[in-house]
Design a protein around this ligand. Structure first.
Ligand SMILES: [Zn+2]
Length: 214
């Protein structure tokens, strides 16, 4: 009798291990840290380059998504320079499910302006605006940053050129001294990363990451 129970327990344990090890990575997510190399992006009054903040946040997003079982590919992991065309071509060649570009904002002569903005490619067929709203809402909840809204950007190469769903996050204004300080904090960067993962989880649960190209 005892042997029988041991056998049943061992079988269940083996099955659980097999199912867990076969569990596929949910979706392929491409993370694009904006700028790099000779292109620093915008620069704060304290001399912080956007490309550095973008990379630092992009790495945290990648780690957070990988932990949540997404397959993550970063277009740059260091200070290398990549053309805009190469960015979307690489993402398309990978047949990725989602593309997230990470940037920081700037506005001349308006040092009081701060907050997070999410940019999307306007396409009535895809629910890009809805995706942008979900991500922005999550980012604002987690970071308590000011709301700079979602913005349709048909002109941005990485959003226009990618064949999968895509968003560009403007994580904050480097022209605002306080926001720049927050963007440099590890804990604040982690909040942004967690919000991105929570958004992706919601997209996945709502079926928005199914292979329907925009
Ligand atoms: Zn930028």
């Amino acid at each position: 009798m005892r042997k029988k129970w041991l056998f049943i327990i061992a079988t269940i344990f083996t099955l659980v291990v097999i199912i867990f090890s076969l569990r596929p990575e949910k979706f392929i997510i491409v993370i694009d840290a904006g700028h790099g190399g000779a292109d620093p992006g915008t620069t704060s009054s304290s001399g912080i380059h956007e490309k550095e903040i973008n990379l630092s946040i992009a790495k945290k997003i990648a780690a957070s998504l990988a932990k949540a079982n997404y397959k993550v590919i970063m277009l740059r992991n260091d200070d290398s320079e990549i053309s805009l065309q190469s960015r979307y071509e690489q993402a398309n060649a990978l047949n990725a499910d989602f593309f997230i570009s990470v940037h920081a904002n700037a506005i001349e002569n308006q040092p009081h302006i701060e907050g997070i903005q999410v940019l999307y490619y306007p396409d009535n067929e895809a629910n890009n605006e809805q995706l942008a709203k979900v991500m922005l809402e999550q980012l604002l909840t987690t970071t308590k940053a000011q709301n700079k809204g979602v913005v349709a950007r048909p002109d941005l190469a990485v959003l226009r050129g990618t064949t999968m769903k895509s968003l560009l996050i403007e994580t904050g204004f480097l022209t605002n001294e306080q926001e720049t300080k927050r963007l440099l904090q590890t804990t604040y960067q982690q909040k942004i990363a967690d919000a991105v993962t929570q958004s992706l989880n919601r997209y996945a649960n709502d079926g928005w990451l199914a292979k329907t190209k925009n």
